[in-house]
Design a protein around this ligand. Structure first.
Ligand SMILES: NC(=O)c1ccc[n+]([C@@H]2O[C@H](COP(=O)([O-])OP(=O)(O)OC[C@H]3O[C@@H](n4cnc5c(N)ncnc54)[C@H](OP(=O)(O)O)[C@@H]3O)[C@@H](O)[C@H]2O)c1
Length: 251
């Protein structure tokens, strides 16, 4: 029987996987949350918006006769990933995660690890600094306890939300970003502290290399914990799993 995969997307890895599936003539559907005003054109048919929790996803899998689910969401999209684990178990649909290797500090990096966004907020309870806050649009309001800092925000879309810190600059841009570009951005804005999620991958890594070069400390938000699941960092391994049922791919 021809496979009919569902790709949970919203990342460059998901788009790369869709291109590979399309090139291989496998096809499938990519699902996006609908957070971005102008999502990138996808190489496969797309659907947009939440499924309605675990039960909604179970229903979707049955209604669309989905044969496999590939969770290629961002490592911090933990709710979607947990829902996918539960729904696939209930619907007996095989699941694999296409993820990214976490970033690791090198000898010259000055990282402080925190568990979550709340940990980053606590770490910012300090005298005023010039902070590059790389946590995405959804969590900005949580930084309201620390309005003393200047915040540099890089967002895909302009935000209409009133930001809870008066001194900020928004740069509208979509990755991948370059080392040279991030070096200049940090210098130009006098950044002396970076707050970053440990997203991993290459598209947003430049800011860490730039911080290292400038001797800037980084508050690194560790990834949320997820239940065990089959996971790979390689698009080719997902194709092997889909076409040949290979499961010896764990990361
Ligand atoms: N979190 C980040 O830092 C980040 C960064 C870059 C890109 N993204 C992308 O942005 C999207 C949303 O991220 P998030 O952190 O807000 O997710 P989340 O908190 O894990 O998910 C919240 C809810 O949004 C819906 N949802 C999330 N991803 C979806 C998808 N690919 N297709 C359909 N529904 C989806 C689901 O709604 P229902 O329960 O109704 O199904 C899910 O329960 C994800 O696709 C992710 O890959 C996230």
């Amino acid at each position: 029987m021809k496979s009919n995969p569902l790709i949970l997307g919203g990342t460059t890895e998901a788009t790369a996987l869709c291109r590979a599936l399309s090139d291989a003539g496998i096809g499938g559907t990519i699902s996006l949350a609908g957070r971005v005003a102008r999502p990138l054109q996808q190489p496969l048919p797309q659907r947009i918006g939440g499924f309605g929790g675990v039960s909604g996803l179970v229903q979707y899998l049955a209604d669309h006769r989905i044969s496999h689910v590939i969770d290629a969401t961002h490592p911090f999209a933990a709710q979607m990933s947990r829902n996918a684990i539960q729904a696939c178990a209930l619907a007996h649909v095989p699941l694999i995660a296409l993820s990214r290797e976490p970033w690791r500090a090198g000898a010259w990096d000055k990282w402080t690890h925190v568990r979550d966004i709340a940990g980053a907020v606590t770490a910012l309870n300090r005298p005023a600094a010039r902070v590059m806050l790389a946590v995405g649009r959804m969590h900005l309001s949580e930084f309201s306890p620390n309005p003393q800092h200047f915040y540099l925000l890089r967002l895909i879309d302009a935000t209409e939300d009133r930001l809870p810190f008066p001194d900020h600059r928004i740069v509208l841009d979509r990755g991948p970003f370059t080392y040279q570009g991030d070096l200049e951005l940090m210098r130009e804005n006098g950044i002396n502290l970076v707050v970053s999620k440990n997203s991993g991958g290459t598209g947003a890594r430049a800011k860490l290399a730039a911080a290292r070069a400038l001797g800037i400390p980084v508050v690194m938000i560790d990834r949320p914990d997820l239940p065990p699941r089959l996971e790979t960092y390689e698009v080719s391994a997902v194709l092997d799993w889909l076409c040949h049922g290979r499961t010896d791919l764990g990361v």
